[in-house]
Design a protein around this ligand. Structure first.
Ligand code: PMM
Length: 256
């Protein structure tokens, strides 16, 4: 049983990110924010260059590389543990060459057929999230007979593919993908029955931070609800939480 969740700090290097409003869209600002999150106690910094908010259009691979790689390199050189939030095998490869040690693939290997083989070859940690389709139309795919059972079985299919491609069991992490092709009720049900996802036997990451299902009109208004979700996950065997506000989460997890 994992009783101390780690904190993964979110660093979206996207001008259209719903949660930071493009505040950290320049390389320098992103690096500064990454250093700040390290100082606040984030165990991992998750760097992403493509927005995945519902309805978002895709970012080109070149743009994604330009946004993320300089930030990955600078923060890795500063000693941070870096995760690259990408669905593209070539971006993952470039990020690992620049110092990333985790690949956070929100598509779980579905978006890029080369991803599992690339992660296996690079021999880095691979976070496999539940996903049904790209952001532009994912809301129409939020149809389940039993959300938890369905997510579990779809995750299992991707886990088997990842293992078959050569990803080591000890490098595999899973995530139910809150907000991805799921409505509010689905997300809450997943959180309530999270033990069933933990039962799959892989470390579980949860990304609820400031998502719409938490209510409130603006991302900042969802901060209190984000902390409530994290509080509710303590003691449930969760490996980590992916959050925007590192310091309050670090404090909550360490001292309650
Ligand atoms: N959510 C977002 C992006 N990447 N990665 C993982 N593993 N889990 C998530 O829930 C997740 C993710 C979208 O949220 P953001 O725009 O706030 O980064």
């Amino acid at each position: 049983m994992i009783d101390k969740m780690l904190v993964m700090g979110i660093l979206n290097v996207t001008p259209d990110s719903f949660s930071d409003g493009g505040l950290f869209d320049s390389t320098e600002k992103a690096i500064a924010r990454g250093l700040e999150m390290m100082a606040e106690g984030a165990e991992i910094i998750d760097i992403g260059g493509e927005s995945t908010r519902p309805g978002a259009q895709r970012t080109s691979q070149d743009e994604e590389l330009q946004r993320t790689i300089p930030v990955v390199k600078a923060l890795a050189e500063s000693g941070a543990v870096i995760s690259i939030d990408t669905m593209r095998a070539e971006v993952a490869r470039a990020a690992v060459e620049a110092g990333a040690t985790y690949i956070n693939d929100v598509s779980g290997g579905i978006a890029d057929p080369q991803m599992h083989a690339t992660a296996a070859e690079l021999d880095v940690k691979y976070i496999l999230m539940h996903w049904r389709g790209h952001s532009v139309d994912m809301n129409s795919q939020a149809i389940y007979s039993d959300i938890v059972a369905d997510v579990k079985s779809e995750l299992s299919v991707q886990i088997e593919k990842a293992l078959a491609a050569g990803i080591s069991r000890h490098n595999l992490f899973i995530d139910p993908g809150l907000g991805f092709a799921k409505d509010a009720e689905h997300n809450w049900e997943l959180l309530t029955r999270i033990d069933e996802i933990v039962e799959l036997g892989y470390p579980v990451l949860i990304g609820a931070s400031r998502k719409r299902f938490l209510g409130g009109d603006t991302p900042l208004e969802r901060e209190g609800a984000t902390l409530d979700v994290t509080r509710g996950l303590i003691g449930k065997g969760i490996w980590g939480v992916r959050v925007h506000s590192v310091a309050p989460h670090r404090e909550l997890i360490s001292h309650g």
